[in-house]
Design a protein around this ligand. Structure first.
Ligand code: NAP
Ligand code: MG
Length: 503
C-alpha cells in the first residue's frame, strides 16, 4: 500500500490524489516491515478521509540513511547557497500555485476554515520558504585576527547534518515550512514526521519537492505514530539534530531520548499558558478584539493562545461584557462554510477540552459565555469564557488547547505582573495600555519569549519565536532560526609561528 488515493472535497467537488506511502528518496514507498496504517478523519463530519502507511522504526532507519547519503553527496557542503536558494524559491512558487488545493486538503484533515488555511497558514508558509531562500546564499562566518604577523582564525557556518523534524497537528503546513525552510537554507537534510492526526498535507507537499527539483533524500517524510517514528528519530544515533513542536510532555521525552542516545542538538517549541493583560488606559474595543483573537484563533489550538486574561478592576465589568459580545459574534462551523473558526482537530482533543470545561464548572468558575455542547456531528467547542477564576484552578494552570478562556481581575500593575508570571510556561504574553512607560515596564517584566503590546498572536517570518521556562529551547524564524541548523567550525591558521621542540 503506497499508491495514491483519490479523495473528493465534498464542498467544492475538487478531486485530489493523495500519496499514501512514505516519502523516501523522492519516491512514495511502502513500509519495509509493517502493515500498520494511519486513518485520517475529517473533524467536521467525523468521517474517515483515507488511510496512509504508518512508518516503523525500520522505516526511520531507511529514511535517515537516505538523508545521510544526500547530505554527503548532493546536498550539505556539496551544493552552493545559490542553488539551495533557487530550489527553495521554486518550491515556494509551487506552494503558491497550489495554495487553494492545499488549503482545501488542510481544512478537510484539520478543520480550520479554508480561507484561514489559504491566506494565513499557506500565505505565511510561502513567505517563510522565500525568506529562508533569501538567507541560503548569504551565510557567512567571521574572520578573526589572532596575530597579524603569524596567525588568523575564521569560522565556517556549516550545516549541522541530518535533522529529524517532528511537527504537530494545529498548523500542519505552517509548522512544516517553519521547520524545513531554515534547515534547507543551511544545507541540512531532513526526516520529517508529521502528526498522525494531520499527515496529508505533508505528503502532498512532498510531491512539490520532487517537482521543484530537489535531489532525492534531501527531504524524507515518514508519517508514523509518535511513540514509534518520533521516538525512533529522537533516539537515532545518526540524526544530528531534532526539532520539535508539540506538548511539553512529549518535548521532555525527546530531550531524554537525545540525551540517552548521541546527545543530538535539540530545539523544542512547547506549550504555553500565555497571559494577556488589559490595563484601564487601553483602547477597550481594540483590546477586546485582540483578546478574542488571542484565545479563539485556530479554535484555541495555538501554543501562544492568550488563555489567561487579566483585566484591571476599574474596567472589569465593561471589558468582560464587550469580550463576551466579541466571542458570541464569531461564527464557528464547517471550515468549508463562511466561518471564522472550525471544530477542534480530533475526538481526543474534543474530549480533552470538554474535560477542562467540566473541571472549570466543578471548581466554581463562572461561565460568561459558551460551556454547552452542540448536538450533532463534528468536534465543535463554542467559545467558552470563565470569569472569577482563582490561580489554583486547573483551567488557569494547565494548557487546554481549545477556545477556553480564564478571566481574572487585578488592581495594580505589580499584581498584574505577578499573576501573569505565575506559570511554569513562558511562550507568549500580551498587554494593552495607552501609557507608553507602562508598556515598556510591563513588556520587560513579562517572562515570555514573545511579548505583544497592543496586539496579540501576530508573528513575522523575520522575527524570532520561541519559549522561556518550560515553553521550549531555541528559536525559530528570523536569523536566529537559521543558527539552530548550523554548526560553527573555527579554523585556526598558522602562517608564521614555528613550534620549538621540545617545548
Ligand atoms: P504531542 O504528543 O506533543 O504531538 C506532537 C508531535 O509529537 C506529533 O507529531 C506526535 O506524533 C509526536 N510524538 C508523540 N509522542 C512522541 C514521542 N514519544 N517521541 C517523539 N515524538 C512524539 O501532542 P498531542 O498528543 O497531539 O496533543 C496533546 C497536547 O499537546 C495538546 O492538547 C496541546 O496541549 C499540546 N500541543 C501543543 C502544540 C504546540 O504547538 N505547542 C501542538 C500540539 C499539541 P503523533 O501525532 O503521532 O502522536
Ligand atoms: Mg499524540
Amino acid at each position: 500500500m503506497a499508491q495514491p488515493v483519490e479523495i473528493t472535497i465534498p464542498a467544492t467537488g475538487r478531486k485530489i490524489a493523495v500519496p499514501t506511502g512514505l516519502f523516501i528518496n523522492n519516491e512514495f514507498v511502502p513500509s519495509v516491515d509493517s502493515k500498520d496504517t494511519i486513518q485520517t478523519v475529517n473533524p467536521a463530519t467525523e468521517e474517515v478521509i483515507c488511510s496512509i502507511v504508518a512508518g516503523s522504526a525500520a522505516d526511520i532507519d531507511v529514511a535517515v540513511a537516505a538523508a545521510r547519503k544526500a547530505f554527503n553527496t548532493t546536498w550539505g557542503k556539496n551544493v552552493t547557497g545559490f542553488e539551495r536558494s533557487r530550489l527553495m524559491n521554486k518550491l515556494a512558487d509551487l506552494m503558491e500555485r497550489d495554495a487553494e488545493m492545499l488549503a482545501e486538503l488542510e481544512t478537510l484533515n484539520n478543520g480550520k476554515p479554508v480561507r484561514v488555511a489559504r491566506d494565513f497558514d499557506i500565505g505565511d508558509s510561502v513567505q517563510c520558504v522565500r525568506y529562508y531562500a533569501g538567507w541560503a546564499d548569504k551565510i557567512t562566518g567571521q574572520t578573526i585576527e589572532v596575530d597579524n604577523k603569524t596567525k588568523v582564525a575564521f569560522t565556517r557556518h556549516e550545516p549541522i547534518g541530518v535533522c529529524g523534524q517532528i511537527i504537530p497537528w494545529n498548523y500542519p503546513i505552517n509548522m512544516w515550512s517553519w521547520k524545513i525552510a531554515p534547515a534547507l537554507a543551511a544545507g541540512c537534510t531532513i526526516v520529517m514526521k508529521p502528526s498522525e492526526i494531520t499527515p496529508l498535507t505533508a505528503l502532498k507537499l512532498s510531491e512539490l519537492f520532487i517537482e521543484a527539483g530537489f535531489p532525492p533524500g534531501v527531504l524524507n517524510t515518514v508519517p508514523s505514530l509518535g511513540s514509534v517514528g518520533g521516538a525512533a528519530l529522537s533516539s537515532h544515533l545518526d540524526v544530528d539534530k531534532v526539532a520539535f513542536t508539540g506538548s511539553t510532555v512529549t518535548g521532555r521525552k525527546i530531550m531524554e531520548a537525545a540525551a540517552k542516545s548521541n546527545l543530538k542538538k535539540v530545539s523544542l517549541e512547547l506549550g504555553g499558558k500565555s497571559p494577556h493583560v488589559i490595563f484601564e488606559s487601553a483602547d477597550l474595543e481594540q483590546a477586546a478584539n485582540w483578546a478574542a483573537l488571542g484565545i479563539l484563533y485556530n479554535s484555541g489550538q495555538d501554543c501562544t493562545a492568550g488563555s489567561r486574561l487579566f483585566v484591571q478592576d476599574t474596567i472589569y465589568e465593561k471589558f468582560t461584557t464587550l469580550l463576551a459580545e466579541k466571542a458570541r459574534a464569531m461564527k464557528i462551523g464547517d471550515g468549508f462554510g463562511d466561518v471564522s473558526g472550525g471544530p477542534v482537530v480530533s475526538k481526543a482533543q474534543y474530549d480533552r477540552v470538554w474535560s477542562y470545561i467540566e473541571s472549570g464548572k466543578s471548581e466554581g468558575a463562572k461561565i460568561l459565555t459558551g460551556g454547552e455542547k452542540r448536538p450533532g456531528k463534528g468536534y465543535y467547542v463554542d467559545p467558552t469564557i470563565f470569569t472569577d477564576v482563582k490561580p489554583s484552578m486547573k483551567i488557569v494552570r494547565e494548557e487546554i488547547f481549545g477556545p477556553v478562556l480564564a478571566v481574572a481581575k487585578f488592581k495594580t500593575e505589580e499584581e498584574a505582573i505577578e499573576l501573569a508570571n505565575d506559570t511554569s510556561y513562558g511562550l507568549g504574553a500580551g498587554l494593552h495600555s495607552n501609557d507608553a512607560n507602562q508598556c515598556m515596564r510591563v513588556s520587560s517584566a513579562l517572562e515570555a519569549g514573545t511579548v505583544w503590546v497592543n496586539q496579540y498572536n501576530m508573528l513575522n517570518n523575520n522575527v524570532p519565536f520561541g519559549g522561556k521556562k518550560q515553553s521550549g529551547i531555541g528559536r525559530e524564524l528570523g536569523s536566529y532560526g537559521l543558527e539552530e541548523y548550523m554548526s560553527i567550525k573555527a579554523v585556526h591558521w598558522n602562517f608564521g609561528e614555528k613550534l620549538d621542540w621540545p617545548f
